[in-house]
Design a protein. Structure first.
Length: 554
């Protein structure tokens, strides 16, 4: 196996496919490991591949130290290892470099196949990451191969496929032709080409106008919808966000140069007979007006929706049915694509024969549309007013906070400059030498000046701080007031209880100091009992106290 040639091949792959070096080294390691396991006929062998800075490739076989060897490709005997490594222990992993130069043809083929598979998967991931974010974007490509059912387009980093239905009918392609295409889809799982491109998509017309019309690029003019029958006709609905900018005129350009540039980009220059026209109509929030603009050049009399089926009935004048439908039904097909619903085009006489009062139904539908538009305007005005009020409130709050912070900073006294010790000592000596009365007067003047400065500063702080009070401050003030009220109530209750206790104590003391003469009063019967105390009473005769003694003894 020629290692130098392998290194050169890896470098070429890295440069051509934009694959990182780690992925290539990983693919190489996996291929060498599989090839060596096949070479020694041991699928369980543990291997390690190392690529050094000098681009040399080394393969190491790893074996475990055991007492008894069952498989010499996986294990090593402890006695044999200690002959060269006395410190070896059971369970140690011993690495030994093996040669890859003796690989046979089958082993080399296996390495190649594994690396190709790994590199192909990595390349697919790189291409997917490159183009997955570019779906519906306009890109340049060169025709690589022209087949009957598809065309291969080289986008630079990959080959994209353009199927038959993605091609413009009648357009002829040849090898090396440079084309502008739209990326239709990107697939990571497909076996063939991952990127699908198209020239028949309506997005191609939209992107071409974005490149040609600055007003569309900067957002002044908005492309609301595009419908296309490739090779025949396209119709695009546009809307201007600026009343001073004409949406249709911006897309057409001076002398029609902008729309002509788009038509040239989608026209086959080798086939002058093929020519695709582009109609630009104005989008309107009023659905009836929008339908009338789409159906031009036909004159629409009424637009009546069917609420049950969701279809749309369009009534035109008797002599304009063919104009509304268009050549081979092109105008009707484009209208269906732009509106996103099925339409039924009928003449005025045909509708009246079916007994449909199209005029009254049209008036009712117009009234509903007018009411819907008014409601939308009201909702937009309310949302705008709420947004402006919110912004104004936030701005006012920020200004108030700035004012408060400025007032607080102004109220803070300026730091006193530290003076050297010698200066302080000199000033102290001077003060001591001054008369006492002079020192007292100067002290009073200083205190008065301080009070005046404080008085001047306090109102300024109070006025500015009261301009804005946050919700947290209101809540804190409310809690503080509540606490003060409760505290006052508690104080008043406590003082009232203390006063009552004091009065009670005074009353008790006054009663103690009084002298009382206790004279008991008895009835005559009680006096008789007291006088005849030696008589036997009824309970002495009826009660047997021996029974009580026996009960308590038990």
């Amino acid at each position: 196996m020629n290692v130098k040639d392998l290194i050169n091949a890896i470098a070429d792959i890295k440069d051509s496919r934009s694959i990182s070096n780690d992925i290539i080294i990983e693919a190489l390691a996996e291929g060498l490991e599989k090839a060596y396991r096949k070479h020694i006929s041991c699928p369980d062998a543990s291997l390690r591949v190392e690529v050094k800075e000098d681009d040399s490739i080394h393969l190491y076989q790893q074996r475990t130290v055991v007492e008894e060897v069952d498989d010499d490709e996986i294990e090593l005997a402890l006695e044999d290892v200690r002959e060269t490594n006395p410190d070896a222990q059971l369970g140690d992993i011993i690495e030994e470099e093996v040669s890859i130069a003796d690989f046979g043809r089958s082993s080399v083929t296996l390495v190649k196949n594994v690396m190709l598979q790994k590199i192909k998967e990595a390349s697919k991931q790189v291409i997917y990451d490159e183009y997955s974010d570019k779906v519906s974007d306009l890109v340049w490509g060169n025709v690589e191969t022209v087949e009957e059912k598809f065309v291969l387009v080289n986008l630079g980093k990959t080959l994209a496929i353009m199927l038959k239905n993605d091609q413009i009918p009648g357009e002829r392609y040849y090898d090396g032709q440079r084309l502008q295409v739209i990326i239709k889809s990107v697939n990571k799982e497909s076996k063939g080409a991952q990127v699908m491109v198209s020239r028949s998509s309506a997005d191609l017309v939209k992107r071409l106008f974005e490149n040609s019309v600055p007003e569309i690029y900067d957002g002044t003019v908005v492309v609301k919808a595009v419908a296309r029958e490739a090779g025949e006709r396209s119709k695009m609905a546009v809307y201007s966000n600026n009343v001073n900018v004409d949406a249709i005129g911006s897309c057409i350009g001076p002398r029609g140069n902008r729309v002509i540039a788009v038509i040239d980009a989608i026209t086959d220059k080798t086939n002058p007979s093929s020519h695709e026209s582009i109609d630009i109509v104005e989008w309107s929030p009023n659905y009836i007006e929008y339908v009338k603009n789409i159906m031009k050049p036909a004159n629409v009399l009424a637009v009546i929706p069917n609420e049950e089926t969701g279809n749309l009935l369009i009534v035109v004048e008797n002599d304009q049915l063919s104009l509304a439908i268009g050549k081979r039904g092109i105008n009707a097909k484009l209208a269906v694509k732009l509106l996103g619903r099925k339409i039924d085009i009928k003449t005025q006489d045909a509708v009246e024969e079916e007994g449909i009062d199209w005029y009254n139904e049209m008036m009712m539908y117009q009234a509903k549309e007018a009411a819907r538009l008014r409601q939308e305007e009201v909702d937009r005005a309310r949302e705008k007013a709420e947004e402006e009020a919110r912004i104004a409130e936030e701005k006012k709050a920020e200004e108030a906070e700035e004012t408060v912070s400025e007032a607080v900073d102004a109220a803070v006294e300026e730091p006193v400059e530290e003076k050297p010790a010698e200066t302080v000592a000199e000033e102290t000596t001077e003060e001591e030498t001054r008369p006492a009365d002079t020192a007292v007067e100067e002290k009073k003047e200083t205190e008065e000046e301080t009070r005046e400065v404080t008085k001047r500063r306090k109102p300024k702080l109070t006025v500015k701080a009261s301009e804005y009070v946050s919700k947290f401050e209101e809540y804190a003030d409310a809690k503080k007031t509540e606490k003060q009220t409760v505290s006052k109530k508690k104080k008043s209750t406590k003082s009232r209880e203390d006063e009552e206790d004091k009065l009670l104590k005074e009353k008790i003391e006054s009663l103690k100091n009084k002298e009382y003469e206790i004279r008991p009063e008895y009835t005559e019967e009680e006096l008789d009992e007291f006088n005849n105390a030696e008589e036997e009473h009824w309970y002495d005769e009826d009660v047997n106290f021996d029974d009580y003694d026996e009960f308590y003894d038990k």
